[in-house]
Every structure is written in C-alpha cells, then in structure tokens.
Design a protein around this ligand. Structure first.
Ligand code: SAM
Length: 218
C-alpha cells in the first residue's frame, strides 16, 4: 500500500482508538505488512491478507492496548503467532523490551527474520520458540511487567498460566474477542487470587467489531 494511504488509515484508526504513535511508525508498519504478506505466501502466518484488514485487525487492534502497556518496561507476548500484539507495540514504544513466544518454529523463524530487518525499529526484540507452560526459567522466558496474549486461550486458562511470568508489580493483560461482564472478570480473577485492575471495551475503527481488554494483578 502506498505510504500516504497507509498513513491516512493509521491516523483515522489511532484517532478513533485514542492512541498516539510517533510519525515514523506508520511507514515502518507498512514495511512490516509487506514482510508479513510476502512470508505468508510460504509460511501460514495469518488468514487475513486484505491490506486494509491487516491494518485494522492486526496493527490497530494491537495498538489499541497501548493504554494497558504504558509505563511498563517489558512485555511478554505469549502465543504471538505473526507478532501480534508484540511487534506493533514495540514499534510504537521503542523503549519497551518485548519478548514474543510461540510453539510453532516456522512462526518464530518469521519473527526472528523481521526483527533483523534494518529500518523496522525492532532491534532487541526477542522471539523464542517454546511451548509456554508456566515455567519461565526452564522455558528460557523472562518475567515481564505486562504478560499479554491475543487469540491464545480462553480467559480462565490464560489466568491460570500467565501469572507465572509476571515481574513484581506487573499485570496480566487479556485481549478478548467476546466481552465479559465486570462481575465475570472479577470472579475469574478472585478464583485465582488475582485482582481486576481495569477492563474496557472498544470497537475496531473501520469494521466496528467489538473487543475487550482487561488487566489483572497478583
Ligand atoms: C490463534 S494464534 C494467535 C496469534 C497472535 N497472538 C494473533 O493474535 O494474531 C495462537 C498462537 O498460539 C501459539 N500457541 C499455542 N499454544 C502455545 C503455547 N503453549 N505456547 C506458545 N505458543 C502457543 C500457536 O502456535 C499460535 O501461533
């Protein structure tokens, strides 16, 4: 997509979501889209291949959770797949230390390759090939200020797994496709000795699809 069109979509999308990114970020995301779609022809990374949908459903949906990540120094993206939300978050907030983990070697191969592409601004981002089972040291995974996943597990399973990766004072962030009530979120948290820190719903800016993001602390 040409950078002007891409920049337009990003401006509208970020505006609707109430998030801001640096002015160099859209062009870098556009290059990332090029890499994603090129690799997708060889490695099964995403079923979403229409460019405007990639912008909305992968990039903007990842950036929508910036408010839940602000102030953190490190993010662990579990079941990152093609790098969502980890890669857009790193591009938007370069000082974040981002680790992405996936159980499928080919996906991690893609992640390592894009991290190495000069000019994408992903230097220092880590991609780890392992199955996350709640044993960070054995799995070679760091503990992080934000342990996040999208389209990875149902909330109960996620809340069973993710706290094992939390740094002191950190938050587990759940990106949910289907909104749950605050009572349900609190009940799921309390069952595991966790606290609900925040929960909010948002809509993707072009399709209007509903999403929810919730954060939990120990
Ligand atoms: C539906 S994809 C979601 C990918 C990405 N988070 C997104 O939203 O586009 C789920 C990913 O989780 C990975 N996965 C499943 N179980 C895993 C585990 N225990 N540890 C690490 N990755 C896992 C799969 O290989 C797959 O790439």
């Amino acid at each position: 997509m040409d950078n002007a069109r891409f920049g337009d979509l990003m401006e509208k999308g970020c505006g609707a979501l109430g998030v801001t990114v640096g002015e160099d970020v859209p062009a870098r995301l556009n290059r990332l889209m090029g890499e994603l779609l090129k690799w997708n022809a060889k490695v099964n990374l995403t079923a979403i291949t229409a460019e405007e949908e990639v912008v909305e459903k992968h990039f903007l949906d990842s950036l929508a959770v910036l408010p839940e990540v602000e102030g953190a120094g490190s993010v662990l993206d579990v079941g990152a797949g093609a790098g969502f939300p980890g890669l857009p978050l790193k591009m938007a907030r370069p000082s974040l230390s981002v680790t992405m983990v996936d159980a499928v070697g080919k996906k991690v191969g893609y992640l390592k390759a894009v991290v190495a592409v000069a000019g994408l601004g992903l230097t220092g981002t880590k991609a780890v090939h392992t199955r996350a089972e709640g044993k960070p040291e054995a799995e070679g995974l760091p503990r992080a200020d934000r342990v996040i996943a999208r389209a990875f597990m149902d909330l109960p399973d996620w809340l069973d797994l993710a706290p094992a990766y939390l740094a002191e004072g950190g938050h587990v962030v759940a990106m949910l496709g289907k909104a749950l009530s605050e009572e349900e979120l609190k009940a799921q948290a309390e069952k595991r000795g966790l606290k609900l820190v925040s929960a909010r719903s948002y809509r993707l800016p072009f399709s209007g699809a509903e999403r929810q993001v919730a954060a939990f602390a120990k």
